[in-house]
Design a protein around this ligand. Structure first.
Ligand SMILES: [Zn+2]
Length: 133
């Protein structure tokens, strides 16, 4: 990924695979409804605000506890390790800007183990990682 931060729609489209490609890629899984409820609680918004959000994270199992990691871990890491506010993160997920982030090590929300590798995640407005398809 050559552009980091706020991008134009054209740059975003060039750097990030289309949702239909992401859906077909077995390396990614869609954030579940129960994970969306967890993220709503993390971001201090009402239940259902994120209904229908299509967001994908790489399939990743925590090496510390064996748990399946996902968007709640990304959000937890962004708040606690990178000092992002819930409002910023909500805007990244639902706002009308297209943003690209650097690859991140994601901390397991349950046991605190930091991944040694980089996680990738893709939403319609925000994506992060090397994202090679
Ligand atoms: Zn863990």
């Amino acid at each position: 990924m050559s552009v980091i931060g706020k991008t134009t729609s054209a740059e975003f489209a060039r750097e990030v695979p289309t949702m239909s490609d992401v859906r077909k890629n077995p390396s990614f899984r869609r954030t579940s409804d129960s994970e969306l409820r967890e993220v709503e609680a993390q971001l201090n918004v009402s239940t259902g605000v994120l209904n229908g959000l299509e967001f994908y994270t790489t399939n990743e199992i925590c090496t510390g506890c064996g748990r399946k990691k996902g968007l709640p871990d990304v959000i937890d890491t962004a708040i606690n390790d990178a000092n992002h506010s819930p409002a910023e993160l909500l805007y990244a997920l639902l706002g009308n800007e297209k943003n690209l982030g650097r690859p991140q090590h994601i901390r397991c929300k349950a046991c605190g183990t930091l991944s040694s590798g980089y996680s990738e995640y893709i939403g319609s407005n925000y994506a992060c990682g090397t994202i090679e398809f």
